[in-house]
Design a binder for this molecule. Structure first.
Ligand code: ADP
Ligand code: MG
Length: 522
């Protein structure tokens, strides 16, 4: 049934019911590793805090949830094909964006400098496509609209699986949340989330394709990371279910110790703790880092990135796949004919969907497009001129986005005109495009009103009731670029993160969102 409205939520709780739920939720979180390191952790850590949580699951229309899951393999295929299309990446990322955005410029130029020497055809993507519910406000049905598509460091899969399990437990152990809404909190309305298993299985697929049982998976991590349990769960799952060893290093450590054999191009990492043991060969390089300029503060990190890129290890993601995830690409895809070419073009490679035309259909094109909201370039094309006019005269309808990941970088509504003035005034070299060309303009998605939840911040002893907005992320796994028989393309579980409506941004890692789970409603 099409979704028009969401139920009023959550049902009322007495103070005693609320504090009982809080006790059950926090103890469950501690016992099940639904946790974070506290601010300024000691090493080794001596304490943890619960991850930011919600006490209830949040209602989400079943048909839209199912649509988002159904289209994920087509999205995986789309982004895999983008990563394999050098001309397209050169045109979109090597143009103005590389000139005005230092980070994307380094990434594109670095990739260009090594792409003819690459010895590993396979690329691995652990993706996440993010959506908000959109209320058209004309009495029409709710829709899902894509916020962005992540191709690097798609986090929170393991913690979101645990959060869904937490809500099921809370419901079961409190007689369906104290009987407050027995119809809705029926166990049949809690979808099973296997994101932890699926994402680990994706890394294991890459490891198997590499073909050496003694090789390990390398997690490239950030210094000072507090979301370590989300990463460790993947490590433990790889060890327990797949017999795969994981080692973790930061870029700066790798700069000192990573070795790539000049002949075989095998990447190996020696251990200073076991100096007599042979260095560990790396099957898969998995980045939980490398997506923000902060990960490259000394410049030497780019050399390390390129060293790893040139090795025989399978990269998750490759530099090309990271470029494919840029917001500029999302905007260009929305221009007429571009999506059609990627999904239906006769020359397109097999990426787990069969090759060329016929593997994906017009219906896939329509389904993907249905999830998009207005996107404009900020260049001097006719569309760009239209965007500038809209941004200056109707800024309340828009968000202006730079080519950044990780939250906290976007410019909203009435802040846009001033930001554009500052960009126009920024000094630039002769022949350099205007700075605004490194941005895209996006129409604001309007989440439905009237939904609340109890949100708990990690480390706090109180949950707060807030009017909320929930962002659904669907994970995907793609292994592509090699022989057709090696291709992997599947949907891989989901994340629902929920923030107070007053906040424009929604990152869990930047402390704004809570890890939630969907309660499906018809
Ligand atoms: P990042 O790469 O930093 O995560 P996003 O594009 O995901 O950038 O934007 C960050 C947050 O801003 C999102 O999680 C969402 O809460 C909000 N946001 C982004 N785009 C829109 C939009 N078009 N409408 C409403 N909110 C948006
Ligand atoms: Mg995001």
């Amino acid at each position: 049934m099409p979704s028009k409205t969401l139920p009023h939520w959550p049902p009322p709780l007495t103070a005693d019911q609320q504090s009982h739920l809080l006790l059950l939720a926090t103890t469950y979180a501690f016992a099940h590793g639904l946790t974070y390191l506290p601010p300024n952790p000691s090493f080794p850590p001596t304490s943890t805090i619960s991850a930011p949580l919600s006490l209830f699951p949040t209602p989400f229309p079943r048909d839209l949830f199912e649509l988002a899951r159904e289209i994920q393999p087509a999205y995986n295929a789309l982004y895999a094909r983008i990563a394999l299309d050098w001309d397209f990446l050169d045109k979109v990322m090597g143009g103005s964006v590389a000139k005005v955005d230092d980070f994307q410029g380094e990434l594109w130029r670095g990739w260009k400098s090594v792409r003819d020497e690459l010895v590993q055809p396979l690329q691995l993507g652990l993706f996440r496509s993010d959506y908000l519910l959109h209320d058209t406000e004309d009495g029409g049905e709710l829709q899902i609209k894509q916020v962005e598509f992540n191709t690097i460091s798609s986090s929170f899969g393991p913690l979101s699986q645990r959060s869904g399990e937490l809500h099921k437990y809370l419901s079961a152990s409190t007689q369906r949340y104290f009987g407050v809404s027995p119809q809705l909190v029926d166990p049949a309305n809690y979808p099973v989330n296997d994101a932890l298993h699926q994402l680990a299985a994706g890394l294991a697929d890459g490891w198997k394709a590499y073909g050496k049982p003694e090789a390990a998976v390398l997690f490239v991590v950030q210094d000072g990371e507090r979301n370590v349990f989300d990463q460790r769960w993947l490590e433990y799952e790889l060890y327990e279910k797949h017999g795969v060893r994981v080692i973790r290093h930061t870029f700066s450590e790798l700069g000192k110790i990573a070795q790539v054999d000049p002949q075989s191009k095998n990447l190996s990492i020696p251990s200073s703790l076991a100096p007599d043991a042979p260095p560990t060969e790396i099957a898969v390089v998995y980045y939980r880092s490398a997506y923000t300029p902060n990960d490259y503060t000394t410049g030497a990190e780019w050399q390390t990135r390129i060293l790893l890129e040139k090795s025989r290890s399978i990269k998750c993601p490759s530099m090309a796949l990271q470029l494919a995830g840029a917001k500029k690409i999302q905007q260009v895809l929305a221009e007429p004919g571009v999506l059609e070419d990627f999904l239906l073009g006769p020359e397109r490679p097999d990426v787990g969907f069969g090759a060329g035309a016929g593997s994906l259909t017009q219906r896939d094109v329509e389904n993907l497009r249905k999830t998009w909201i207005g996107l404009w370039p900020m260049d001097d094309s006719p569309l760009g001129k239209e965007a500038l006019e809209l941004a200056q005269t109707q800024s309340d309808r828009f968000v202006l986005k730079p080519q950044r990941e990780g939250g906290g970088n976007n410019i909203y509504r009435s802040d846009i005109p001033k930001a554009l003035e500052e960009l126009a005034a920024a000094p630039r070299e002769q022949g350099e495009p205007e700075k605004k060309e490194g941005y895209i303009l996006m129409e604001l998605i309007k989440p439905p009103e009237g939904v609340s939840n109890w949100l708990l911040r990690g480390g706090e002893g109180q949950a707060r009731k807030a009017d909320v907005v929930s962002e659904l992320g669907i994970y995907g796994v793609g292994l592509f670029g090699g022989k057709a028989a090696e291709n992997v393309n599947r949907q891989a579980g989901f994340l629902l993160r929920t923030k107070g409506r007053e906040s424009d941004e929604g990152g869990v890692a930047i402390g704004i969102s809570s890890i939630d789970s969907p309660l499906l409603v018809d």
